[in-house]
Design a protein around this ligand. Structure first.
Ligand code: FAD
Ligand code: SIN
Length: 529
């Protein structure tokens, strides 16, 4: 085995899911955690609103479960929803033990409200919850002697039985090949168990609240290695991303609506949510609010709509949303006095690698947790602030199931080193940039909030052409981080479009003019490699 870096468990991803898994394994196992950039560059550090948990006597697990199922349009796996919702209070307690300074009011946790929740049940750290969570998890992981954190390693593909020096035919996953950004060399990381915690695929779309690295790498790697992928048509669009020509992709948390923010059509000056969802208004689930904004924008030819919380006292607004207030002031918008221009943007990937309750994928030795998975929790539309929660519950579940199965997990055999014979450097980096932009644009225009079969077929046609080009490029030139991401972005776009074409109904986030009805039976879309 040439130069493999071997640990007991390899985790690809250093966000909430990956670090939770690492901390739950490290007392017993040697764990390596890879990140493709800095350790805090995933979505976790960007989370604003908070984490949903039943913590008040007036609230119940049943209510959180029902809200999750209603948002998910009945496609959720009820047993999984129960498992996650019931695991929330313990997850919050562990984060407190790690030092996450959740906001308090009169000695108890302050709970905010977000769309689709029938109670106040979101714990938060002002409007920058993710940053505090990432910091606490990272600090604990850095302090643990059994955890090795390795940034700037861009995983290319899973190392599987196909890469064994002496082919066993067992079909196991043994780790990953990853490009080291510092040396441009490909390293081989092996382990008995590998956990994918690589986050979502938001950057498949032109406008997204997700960080630059959300390119669906884990989903694409698992798919190429032979794991099933499910429900990729359910891409969540957050209703309120800041509309600004300089600052792209800045989220205005749903908690602004939770604390009284209203959506206004800037041309008519009318509050428009009563026309779309008279009962739940601005706090209807995200798919409903995003479609309402989209309809207003398209009907009146607007660039954006207004989100207005200026009727609340200035001190209240500044205390609840200090980071957003500061950011907007820097752009000349005073949210205590004037409305904020907002548009919907891609926000969350509900589908992903299929896992069971124990975080197991289809492939022996491969586990997954967090946004790269389809666990059964979110169904056709994720309920606000259920996502970090899923990372904590499944990060721990994957760790527990690896520990339980440890004696039956074989140690990695000798794996071939990466084939470095493709040493030609590309002389046309512009191809990557052009293709990347092209994908994100047609995904936005053809596979967005409102779909039609014709638009989906147009997208599919382009994906077929580009796949040929990118695979040819991949076959001829040295792998670079940009090329790896482009290949994954295209693979993920293909999975999204195929899933969307497969679903002959409108449900949750998948809304198509050609199949407007919701079918009586809710069935997952499962793609088999
Ligand atoms: P991430 O935190 O995204 O981490 C992914 C990790 O994988 C990173 O370390 C990355 O470097 C690594 N990685 C990826 N590909 C590779 C590769 N090829 N090689 C090596 N490493 C790789 N959810 C909530 O519940 N509440 C909120 O308030 C909330 N607010 C949000 C606000 C914003 C702006 C966004 C974008 C999302 C928000 N979400 C929220 C969603 C939530 O933040 C994410 O779903 C969650 O953080 C995902 O965590 P994760 O651990 O699965 O992945
Ligand atoms: C937000 O703060 O609006 C994001 C919450 C989430 O994505 O769950």
């Amino acid at each position: 085995m040439s130069g493999a870096r071997t640990s007991d468990v390899l985790i690809v991803g250093s966000g909430a899911a990956g670090l939770t898994a690492a901390l739950n394994l490290a007392d017993r196992f040697r764990v390596t955690v890879l990140a493709k950039g800095a350790l805090n560059e995933g979505s976790t550090a960007w989370a604003q609103g908070g984490i949903a948990a039943v913590l008040e006597p007036g609230d119940t697990f049943e209510s959180h479960i029902e809200d999750t199922m209603i948002a998910g349009a009945g496609l959720n796996d009820r047993a999984i929803v129960e498992f996650v919702v019931e695991g929330a209070p313990a997850a919050i307690a562990r984060l407190q033990e790690l030092g996450v300074p959740f906001a308090e009011e009169e000695g108890t946790l302050h709970l905010t409200r977000e769309g689709g929740h029938s109670h106040r049940r979101i714990v938060h750290v002002a409007d920058a919850t993710g940053w505090a969570v990432q910091e606490a998890l990272q600090k604990a992981a850095e302090a643990h002697p059994n955890i090795t954190l390795v940034p700037d390693q861009v995983a290319i593909d899973l190392a599987t039985s196909r890469h064994e020096e002496r082919y066993s035919g067992a079909g196991n996953v043994w780790g990953v090949y990853a490009v080291d950004r510092a040396t441009d060399r490909v390293n081989l990381y092996t382990a008995r168990a590998t956990i994918l915690a690589t986050g979502g695929a938001g950057r498949t779309y032109l406008f997204s609240t997700a960080p630059r690295g959300a390119t669906g790498d884990g989903i694409a790697m698992a798919w190429r290695a032979g794991a099933r992928v499910s429900n990729m048509e359910f891409m969540q669009f957050h209703p309120t991303c800041l509309y600004n020509l300089e600052v792209k992709n800045f989220l205005i948390t749903e908690a602004v609506r939770g604390e009284g923010g209203r959506l206004i059509n800037p041309t008519t000056g009318r509050r428009f949510m009563p026309d779309y969802d008279p009962e739940r208004l601005e706090l209807a689930p995200r798919d409903v609010v995003a479609r309402a904004i989209d309809a207003e924008i398209k009907r009146d030819g607007l660039d954006y709509v207004h989100l207005d919380i200026s009727h609340q006292p200035p001190e209240f607004v500044k205390a609840h949303f200090p980071n957003i207030y500061e950011k907007l002031m820097g752009l000349g918008i005073d949210m205590t006095k004037e409305p904020i221009p907002v548009v919907p943007a891609q926000h969350y990937t509900c589908g992903g690698v299929m896992i069971d309750r124990a975080g197991r994928t289809d492939l022996p030795g491969l586990y997954a947790a967090g946004e790269c998975t389809q666990s059964g929790l979110h169904g056709a539309n994720r309920l606000a602030s259920n996502s970090l929660l899923e990372c904590f519950v499944f990060g721990e579940a994957a760790a527990r199931s690896i520990a339980a199965a440890w004696d039956s997990l074989p140690p990695p055999p000798a794996i071939r080193a990466w084939d470095e014979s493709r040493v030609t450097d590309s002389d046309e980096e512009v191809v990557i940039k052009q293709t990347w932009t092209e994908i994100r644009r047609f995904m936005w225009n053809y596979v967005g909030i409102v779909r039609t079969t014709k638009r989906l077929e147009r997208a599919q046609h382009r994906i077929t052409l580009l796949t040929r080009e990118v695979e040819e490029y991949y076959g001829h030139f040295r792998v670079t981080p940009d090329l790896i991401e482009l290949r994954n972005l295209l693979q993920t776009a293909d999975l999204i479009v195929r899933s969307a074409l497969h679903r002959h109904e409108s449900r949750g986030l998948h809304y198509t003019l050609d199949w407007p009805q919701t079918l009586p039976e809710a069935i997952d879309t499962v793609l088999v490699p």
